[in-house]
Design a protein around this ligand. Sequence first.
Ligand SMILES: *Cc1c(COP(=O)(O)O)cnc(C)c1O
Length: 356
Amino acid sequence: MKKYNFNAGPSILPQSTIDNCAEAVKDFNGIGLSLLEISHRSKDFQAVIDEAEALFKELLGIPEGYSVLFLGGGASMQFCMVPYNFLEKKAAYLNTGVWAKKAMKEAKGFGEVVEVASSADANYTFYPRNFEIPTDVDYFHLTTNNTIYGTEIHKDLDSPVPMIADMSSDILSRPVDVSKYVLIYGGAQKNIAPAGVTFVIVKNDALGKVSRYIPTMLNYQTHIDGGSMFNTPPVFPIYGAMQTLRWVKEQGGVAAMERRAIERADMLYGAIDSSKLFRPTVTDEESRSRMNICFVMKDEYKELEADFMEFAKGKGMVGIKGHRSVGGFRASTYNALPLEAVKALVECMKEYERMH
Ligand SMILES: *Cc1c(COP(=O)(O)O)cnc(C)c1O
C-alpha cells in the first residue's frame, strides 16, 4: 500500500535525498568507501559542507557578515546556547507553546526573562499579535512555527532589539528577511535532513557582547572559526541536508516552497472547515500553520476519533495522531510532502464522513 507520510519530525524528505543518501552510504562519490567511514576533514566531505552552506546562503538570501553552522545537540541545545552567548541582563521571549517555554526556562538560568505575550490561556491556539517588544533587553526570542499546536507567524517582525528565532519546523518554507535577525536556528529533522544536525545562521558581529566565560563547545565563535569542524560534525545528516537544499533549489527555491505550502494548507484547512465531523483547533486564520495542521472531531462525534485513526491507517496515512497536549489529529505538511498526499487525506476524510 502507498504510504502518505505526515510525521511531525523526523519527517518526510525528498525522494532524491533518500536515494542519494542510500547510495552515499554504500559508495560515496564513487571513491569505493562509504560516507560513514571517511574523515570529516577529507576533501570530498569538505565539498559537501561547503555546498550545504553556500546553498543555505543562496536560498535564503543570507547577507554578508552572517555564518551558517551545522552543529550537534538539536534545537534544544540552542535553548541554552542562545542565552549563554547573548543574555547579559535581560531578554524578552514570546510564549507560543512547549518549545518556546523550554527556551524560556533555559534563559532564566542566565538572567531576567520578560514574557512579551502568551497564548497559554487559550492552549496556544493562536499566534499573539500587537504586542510590544521592550527596548531594554539584550534580545527578543520567538518560535516562528509551533509544531505541536499548529500556529505560525508568516512574516518577519520589526524588532527594536536583536531578534532570534527558532525556525525548526518552518525553515525554507517561505522567504525570510534574514537581515532582521541576529540568529536563526533549528533542528534540521523537520524540513531538511535526517535527525542529528542543527542549523544556525548567525550574524558575526552580534557575538562577543556578554561578559561571562562561555564553554568552548557552546561558544558560537568556536564553530565560526572552525567552519563547523571544531569537533567531528554530524557527517551523515549534513550530507542529507546538502541533498535537500539541492532539491529545494531545483524545485524553484523558497518562493516555490511557499506556493506549494499555501496550496497544501488551503486544501486541507478547506476540507476541515467545511466538514461535518471535523473541526480545526486553530480557528484564527491568520495564526494557522502551513506546516502542521491540527484538527479534532466535533464534540458530538468525539467517540469516533480512534475509529477514524484506524480507518486512515488502512488508507496509508502515517503520523496523523495529534500531540498528546492537543489531542485529535495533526497532519504535518512539510516541504517534501506532495499535494497528492493532502488530496489522499482529504479523500479519506470525505469517505469516512459519507459513512457517518
Ligand atoms: C522539534 C522542535 C524542537 C526540538 O528539536 P530537537 O532538535 O529535538 O531538540 C524545537 N523547536 C521546535 C519549534 C521544534 O519543532
